[in-house]
Ligand binder design. Structure first.
Ligand SMILES: *[C@@H]1O[C@H](CO)[C@@H](O)[C@H](O)[C@H]1NC(C)=O
Ligand SMILES: *[C@@H]1O[C@H](CO)[C@@H](O)[C@H](O)[C@H]1NC(C)=O
Ligand SMILES: *[C@@H]1O[C@H](CO)[C@@H](O)[C@H](O)[C@H]1NC(C)=O
Ligand SMILES: *[C@@H]1O[C@H](CO)[C@@H](O)[C@H](O)[C@H]1NC(C)=O
Ligand SMILES: *[C@@H]1O[C@H](CO)[C@@H](O)[C@H](O)[C@H]1NC(C)=O
Ligand SMILES: [Cu+2]
Length: 197
């Protein structure tokens, strides 16, 4: 009885414990690092942008430097000397469906600034996506609003440029998720402790 209640509480706790994966954009040249994120359904992927002025947009595998219809778009997120305060976060809806992305600035996409979430190890691999991107004849930015398909968040200071906090869907910070999680955890542990006395 007590054991099964504990198991149920533990299962509930783990189900709300989605992971956040960080992808660093432009820190080491024209790169997304890592360029293939392994993520589960409900996990989030947060893009952190280094100077000078990068972006991330979702593409189709076959068209690496063009926006996918209804795909996500961060907008341009400029920064001068360190990572921009503004980040873009995307939530994984289907871990079986690879998500392809690229930077729309200049010819960054053709220069290797592309990546994936859950790209397979064979077939349409991230290596093939990189190869395809080199042959793209143009690099196209989405026309949708910055923040589409994800959320922009700002770490304290006001941001400049098109990556402002005033656009896109409701904002979502790690802080809020952490508070929810610890409140739930405290509740679950409290419940188990109570039942075990
Ligand atoms: C960032 O790049 C975009 C696209 O090239 C440009 O429109 C925007 O003005 C740039 N922002 C800054 C601050 O350089
Ligand atoms: C998830 O993606 C796979 C591969 O694209 C697809 O076959 C499946 O139908 C998708 N599942 C849902 C729930 O959308
Ligand atoms: C890219 O272009 C090169 C040189 O034209 C060619 O050899 C290669 O097959 C092309 N790759 C793709 C994926 O189209
Ligand atoms: C947010 O700002 C704080 C204080 O400046 C800093 O310690 C932290 O690393 C920043 N986090 C991100 C994701 O930039
Ligand atoms: C967010 O946007 C609002 C409205 O444009 C602005 O007043 C506020 O200073 C911004 N906050 C940050 C942290 O950038
Ligand atoms: Cu870039």
């Amino acid at each position: 009885m007590q054991f099964s209640i504990f198991t149920a509480a533990a299962a509930l706790v783990s189900s709300v414990h989605a992971a956040n994966h960080m992808v660093v954009a432009g820190k080491d040249g024209l790169t997304f690092e890592p360029n293939n994120v392994k993520a589960a359904v409900g996990d989030t992927v947060t893009f952190k942008f280094w100077p000078k002025n990068h972006s991330v947009a979702q593409a189709a595998f076959a068209k690496p430097c063009e926006p996918l219809a209804n795909g996500f778009w961060s907008g341009f997120i400029p920064s001068t000397d360190k990572a921009a305060a503004t980040t873009f976060t995307y939530e994984v809806k289907n871990a079986s469906a690879p998500v392809w992305f690229y930077c729309t600035q200049g010819m960054h996409c053709q220069g290797g600034m592309v990546g994936a979430i859950n790209a397979p190890a064979s077939g349409n691999t991230v290596e093939k996506f990189v190869e395809n991107s080199k042959n793209a004849t143009r690099n196209v930015s989405p026309v949708s609003t910055a923040g589409t398909g994800g959320s922009l968040a700002s770490n304290g200071s006001a941001s400049t440029g098109s990556g402002s906090n005033s656009t896109g869907p409701a904002q979502n910070t790690n802080g809020a998720a952490t508070v929810q999680y610890s409140t739930f955890l405290a509740g679950a542990v409290g419940m188990v402790a109570y039942l075990m006395i």
